[in-house]
Design a protein around this ligand. Structure first.
Ligand code: GLV
Ligand code: MN
Ligand code: MN
Length: 419
């Protein structure tokens, strides 16, 4: 029998929302939430998450890359685990729900299972991944890559905007980066990875649905482009004799927008740009900007990356400026596992919600986790599809429905192979 939101689960939605509000307080200054990897705010959030995990009957620890892992034991010791989680970090001036929702909700669900004395033949581990957004060091999926065994230790030498190398930032944060290599989990001990996340798009809201099961996660390529021209006097160099790096970048950005508007499911974004020397009366000699290109179809994305690069080369050659492009992140799309999609969908139906399947245009830790285990995702409706923005919003009612679905999924969970 299903308990309704007015019955056993009456406090579920408000409890989850209260915890999400509490986590959002660990933020750098500015609008919305800014919680970057290996910062004081990350440490504060990690401590609160661990205390919630312990209250919910789990053991909890932080690993060598800054992930927080809580384990709810099975009926037997050393049982394989169902992994559930999402990321604790945010973009700059992001919302309260991207990532955090997928940490708080499973912990709250496990608290309910623990209070009811329910245990399963499998363990459940809730993971709060340290860095999915890649804001501080431009390298994303750090925590999930460590667990999936694909962490590239070369990224430890990359520096943040203050010039601090990642390895040093991790030591200052209080973890030992030398231990990251040993975080890789053998596939044998993992039954699957499931993430609950806000949709970050408008589909569910438009269709008046609270929940959706994700079919696939779009792949993405991230690049940094540096255009070098020649700085000069803004008052004396005639327009025809300039090698202005910033106007070349402007033309390049419009070319990216044009090309990425040409195919369904293809998107391209320039999210950051800087110009040097950066004075009102100096022609910019250098412009540096990021390019993020994604598509549901990896072949379409690869073709777009090649075409955009070629077009920017042509623009730069015509304008007499030099171009250097660095691809700093590349992730193929990831198909969700049909058996996990089926079980998530059965849980959605069991709590009385209509089934819906949709793909994810946003990136998620599942892309890394897919290397080591099968991946499933449940999306929750968010207001106006707004995300990566302080106005990100969900309702307590939808939070409760997502938690009831997760509880139902866990209670009925059938591993792909016998334990
Ligand atoms: C992560 O949120 C991404 O898709 O950029
Ligand atoms: Mn995000
Ligand atoms: Mn996210």
């Amino acid at each position: 029998m299903l308990e309704t939101a007015s019955g056993l689960y009456a406090n579920l939605g408000p409890d989850i929302m209260r915890r999400l509000d509490a986590l959002a307080l660990f933020s750098e200054d500015g609008d919305g939430v800014t919680r970057r990897f290996a910062t004081r705010e990350h440490r504060q959030a990690a401590e609160m998450i661990q205390s919630w995990m312990r209250d919910a009957g789990m053991t909890a620890h932080m690993d060598a890359v800054g992930n927080v892992i809580g384990r709810y034991e099975a009926t037997t010791i050393n049982a394989p685990a169902l992994l559930i989680g999402s990321h604790q970090d945010t973009v700059r001036e992001g919302g309260k729900y991207d990532g955090a929702m997928g940490i708080v909700t499973p912990i709250t669900c496990i608290g309910i299972l623990n209070n009811a004395g329910e245990r399963f033949p499998f363990a459940i581990e809730v993971i709060a991944f340290c860095d999915e957004e890649g804001v501080r060091f431009n390298s994303t999926l750090l925590g999930s890559r460590a667990i999936a065994g694909s962490f590239d230790k070369a990224v430890l030498t990359t520096t943040d905007s203050d010039g601090k190398p990642m390895a040093e930032a991790l030591r200052k944060f209080g973890v030992d980066p030398d231990g990251i290599a040993s975080l890789a989990r053998p596939a044998a001990g993992i039954l699957g990875f499931v993430e609950l996340h806000i949709e970050q798009g408008p589909v569910l809201e438009e269709e008046n649905l609270a929940l959706g099961v994700v079919t696939a996660i779009a792949g993405g390529t991230r690049m940094s482009a540096k255009i070098t021209g020649f700085a000069g006097h803004a008052g004396t160099v005639p327009m025809a004799r300039r090698n202005d790096a910033l106007t070349a970048a402007a033309e390049a950005i419009l070319a990216i927008e044009r090309y990425c508007s040409s195919a369904p499911g293809l998107v391209g974004t320039v999210g950051r740009i800087s110009a040097a020397p950066g004075a009102v009366n100096v022609i910019p000699g250098e412009a540096v900007f990021t390019i993020d290109i994604r598509a549901g179809d990896d072949a379409v994305r690869r073709q777009a990356v090649a075409a955009v690069r070629a077009e920017i080369e042509t623009i730069c050659a015509r304008r007499g400026v030099r171009l250097a492009v660095d691809v700093f992140h590349e992730s193929d799309g990831c198909q969700c596992a049909p058996w996990l999609m089926d079980q998530l969908e059965a849980a959605v139906i069991a709590i009385g919600q209509p089934p819906k399947r949709l793909m994810s245009g946003a990136g998620h830790d599942g892309m890394a986790m897919a290397r080591v285990t099968d991946v499933g995702m449940l999306f929750v409706r968010c207001k106006g599809g707004i995300s990566h923005h302080p106005a990100e919003s969900i309702t307590a009612g939808d939070a409760a429905l997502s938690a009831q679905t997760l509880l139902q999924f866990i209670r009925k969970f059938e591993p792909k192979n016998e334990i």
